[in-house]
Design a protein around this ligand. Structure first.
Ligand SMILES: Nc1nc2c(c(=O)[nH]1)N[C@H]1C(S)=C(S)[C@@H](COP(=O)(O)OP(=O)(O)OC[C@H]3O[C@@H](n4cnc5c(=O)[nH]c(N)nc54)[C@H](O)[C@@H]3O)O[C@H]1N2
Ligand SMILES: Nc1nc2c(c(=O)[nH]1)N[C@H]1C(S)=C(S)[C@@H](COP(=O)(O)OP(=O)(O)OC[C@H]3O[C@@H](n4cnc5c(=O)[nH]c(N)nc54)[C@H](O)[C@@H]3O)O[C@H]1N2
Ligand SMILES: [Mo]
Length: 771
């Protein structure tokens, strides 16, 4: 790999304010995903973060069978065939960001007031590097000043002890947190007496969990990587895989090479839906050999997926009238409930409605149905393009309906496969982060841990913000993440956080959530996943669970960014001991050796028997997923068809449906650059992708400045001004732009009545030339 010499020094300077030095550019991208473009981008990044030596060494250790650390990037499972380099461009950037040589110490905070920092761009904040010691907000000086760990814990403990009611505290989790810290964290919240455990899932895959639970009895996908390797047809709905789950490219290209059908369903034709250079295939890289990653692309309107799925089911049922093999009758009879109602619903849904609501022609719907009908084994996968809608739960249930028709469940190469986001977001749920915990879980927690967990449901993300606004939440603890910026309705979320008596952020890097704070505020810096975690009984490892229910160990290998960092389990234990002085939970003893935490988890959590041994097996272990074995923990004991009516997703005249999404060069609220390579964008984030006809109709020229106004369900309006309109291959009536900037447009009240998820992919907007 050669290193480019033309790296401008300016790139090393923080950009204060969002003023890029070069103008924005847009050139449609026609190259394959991954390959040399990715390699170049990685090299530039390693240089910028000053990790050219450590970076590559660490990368060699990533995602290896129990000898390295789990990539803190996405939740795509690790390769099971001993791939030496099971990595991707964005995983490398992610790790490098954590391993940066830059530091945010006490001098930095002394030099910059909080009011001043609040003016910095989010890029500039995170670009300062790693936090190094605990800091407390000093309101008189308007600066963060150092505080000892002991005093920091005492401040949190005292504030929690003085609450009138434990439900005045909320404990947020971002999906990075390892399983052991997760278990202690939820134990602490419940021992205090609250189920207020909002998490990033509330904005992400809540709909998937609820849908799968209702249909199949358990809230997870049923397939694993081996199934991906044996499916005849792969359907990929609403995921930008080349950017957000890049290791899926390997699975897609291998599938193509062995002749599988690959159908992408997305209003945008994303890079993963065309072709790729397989990143770890060095011969491919050297020869610029590309492999296709799709056999069919369908571009429904935003929110039109459910109509497409209904149409596919309708076609399968129509086909079954003449071809008995089109339907797996035996499976349907033995394992499902509600088929006749579903059949009647499909039959009574007219093709015109399916076409109108999906935005696709009947011919296109039939193409997809044919692929499905001809495949012996089908996998349907999806991500946020399906979940962040009012009807997210119904759509995911419609996927299950379709799969059930042909018995695509509980056998190799078939089943539902949600693509989860954060690397351990699925593990967080498994280990107890749930504001609506199952009674059986609480019973076991009570029995094993000797606590009296509260039974009432707690608050999720939106619920927490609402409660803050009413003055009902006094203490907010953010275990990772960037709540202020990730949550909807940014100004309202800011106002909510500012009502708190105390906000505590456990973080690795400086971000917006440190600057939008309560009357008192703490920044508690923690070890990252790449770093060695030394405790009393030696170096510790933590476990994580990927999108496909595989649990394995992750061991940090790097010297911590600062001697003052504590591990997340140690921080939880520190807070717990201060908040619960009479607790009988052996907090300190747990932290000395995480095997002890795992021994307790083995007794509380389903499928974690013999945890310490099994997690050390070469590839870890797979958590039992009853639905995979055709055991359905539903009221009927069978897989349940759902019969929801099709939602009306067609935008009213003059309005557009706007989806917020990630660029290639960001990790949620962490922005690496203003580029979005696969969509052909350079130096621009304040943009809106629109269909050119929609632009012309509004008198908007290519790349012209526009104002965007959203109308919330309650009629209130929110605006972004001076955005750039980029003409793009997107269906008419649809538009797209970047989170988190566009969170300003998403009203707090605009969340799904099915999942309580903010409808971040489906905002109702008007766009016009900038005033
Ligand atoms: N590099 C990188 N990787 C990441 C992340 C990151 O920020 N950066 N974030 C992680 C997290 S937490 C998550 S949850 C995942 C998110 O992964 P994605 O779900 O890929 O995230 P988004 O960028 O929101 O993109 C959503 C995709 O859905 C499409 N879409 C929008 N509306 C619709 C619709 O109505 N129907 C369909 N079919 N498609 C639609 C968009 O065009 C886009 O391709 O990625 C994870 N991985
Ligand atoms: N409009 C809109 N909004 C969205 C979305 C969308 O598609 N559209 N997507 C939503 C989704 S899917 C999600 S998951 C949320 C993401 O919400 P969050 O998970 O809250 O946000 P992140 O940006 O991933 O958090 C980044 C911060 O995590 C901290 N961090 C990084 N590594 C570690 C670690 O190892 N330990 C600890 N303690 N902290 C660490 C760093 O300080 C960093 O600044 O955003 C949601 N918001
Ligand atoms: Mo997510």
């Amino acid at each position: 790999m050669t290193i480019e010499k033309d790296e401008p020094e300016a790139a090393l300077e923080p950009r204060v304010g969002p003023a890029p030095e070069e103008g924005p550019e847009f050139h449609p991208y026609h190259h394959p995903a991954a390959g040399w473009g990715a390699a170049k981008s990685v090299t530039r990044f390693l240089l910028r973060e000053k990790t050219l030596v450590d970076g590559p060494r660490a990368i060699m250790k990533m995602n290896h069978e129990n000898s390295g650390f789990d990539c803190p990037g996405c939740a795509w499972p690790d390769d099971t065939k001993g791939l030496r380099l099971d990595i991707c461009e964005n995983g490398i950037k992610h790790v490098t960001w954590e391993m940066t040589g830059k530091r945010v110490g006490r001098d930095f905070f002394a030099a910059h007031s909080v009011t001043e920092l609040a003016e910095w761009s989010d890029f500039a904040l995170e670009d300062q590097g790693r936090l190094t010691e605990p800091m407390v907000y000093d309101p008189d000086a308007d600066h963060y000043v150092p505080i000892s760990w002991k005093n920091a814990f005492e401040l949190v403990g005292r504030t929690l002890r003085e609450l009138d009611d434990p439900n005045q505290a909320a404990f947020y989790t971002s999906g990075r947190l390892g399983n052991e810290a997760t278990f202690l964290y939820q134990l602490m919240a419940r021992e205090l007496g609250t189920n207020n455990l909002p998490d990033c899932s509330n904005m992400c895959h809540e709909a998937s969990g609820r849908a799968l639970r209702a249909s199949l009895g358990t809230g997870k996908g049923t397939v694993d990587l081996k199934d991906w390797e044996t499916a005849d047809a792969l359907f990929v709905f609403g995921v930008n895989a080349a950017s957000n789950a890049p290791r899926m490219l390997t699975a897609l290209s291998e599938a193509y090479r062995r002749g599988a059908q690959i159908v992408h369903v997305n209003p945008l034709v994303e890079a993963a839906a065309t072709k790729t250079i397989v990143p770890h295939d060095f011969l491919d890289m050297a020869l610029y050999k590309t492999t296709r990653t799709s056999t069919l692309n369908l571009q429904p309107r935003i929110g039109g997926d459910m109509a497409l799925l209904r149409g596919m089911a309708k076609a399968v049922l129509e086909q079954s009238a003449t071809d008995p093999k089109a339907l797996d009758r035996e499976f349907v009879e033995r394992h499902t409930q509600g088929f006749e109602e579903y059949r009647a619903l499909c039959e009574s849904t007219p093709w015109e409605e399916i076409e109108h609501q999906s935005g696709l022609s009947r011919e296109d719907v039939l193409k997809a149905a044919r692929v499905y009908g001809e495949a012996d084994r089908s996998i349907v996968s999806w991500c946020l393009g399906l979940t962040q809608h009012e009807h997210g739960v119904d759509t995911v249930r419609e996927i299950v309906n379709l799969l059930l028709l042909r018995g695509n469940l509980g056998r190799e190469g078939a089943g539902p496969s949600p693509v989860r986001g954060h690397s351990n977001v699925q593990g967080n749920r498994t280990c107890g982060i749930d504001h609506r915990p199952a009674p059986a879980f609480l019973d076991r927690l009570a029995e094993v841990c000797g606590i009296e967990p509260p039974r009432a449901h707690g608050l999720d993300t939106v619920g927490t913000i609402k409660a803050m606004l009413k003055g009902d939440i006094k203490v907010f603890v953010g275990m990772g993440g960037n709540f202020a910026l990730a949550a909807p309705d940014s100004p309202v979320t800011y106002e909510a956080l500012r009502t708190c008596e105390l906000t505590v952020q456990v973080s690795t890097e400086l971000n917006r959530s440190h600057l939008v704070h309560g009357r008192r505020a703490l920044i508690l810096p923690c070890l990252g996943r790449t770093e060695k975690d030394h405790q009393r009984r030696g170096v510790q490892s933590t476990s994580v669970e990927d999108s496909m229910s595989m649990v394995h160990l992750s061991v940090g290998m790097k010297r911590p960014a600062s001697r003052q960092l504590l591990s997340e389990p140690a921080i939880v234990a520190g807070i717990a001991r201060a908040a619960l002085p009479d607790s009988e939970t052996p907090w300190q003893w747990y932290v000395e050796d995480y095997d002890r935490i795992r021994d307790t988890m083995a007794k509380v959590l389903d499928g974690f028997e013999d945890f310490n041994r099994r997690v050390r097996l070469p590839l870890g272990f797979r958590i039992r997923q009853p639905a995979r074995e055709l055991v359905f923990l539903t009221p009927s004991g069978k897989a349940e068809f759902s019969t929801a009516p099709l939602p009306d997703v067609v935008p009213e005249p003059g309005t557009l449906a706007l989806g917020t999404m990630r660029s290639h060069d960001q990790w949620n609220t962490t922005i690496y650059s203003d580029d979005d390579r696969y969509r052909g964008i350079r130096n621009l984030r304040t943009l809106i992708f629109m269909n050119r006809s929609d632009m012309r109709e509004r008198g908007i020229d290519d790349m012209a400045p526009v104002d965007i106004t959203s109308t919330a369900r309650d009629g209130s309006r929110r605006s972004l001004k001076g955005y750039t309109a980029v003409p793009y291959d997107i269906p008419r009536g649809c538009a797209a732009g970047y989170m988190p900037e566009m969170n300003v447009l998403c009203a707090l009240g605009d969340y799904s009545t099915q999942s309580d998820q903010p409808i971040m992919k489906h905002l109702k907007v008007t766009v016009g030339p900038a005033a």
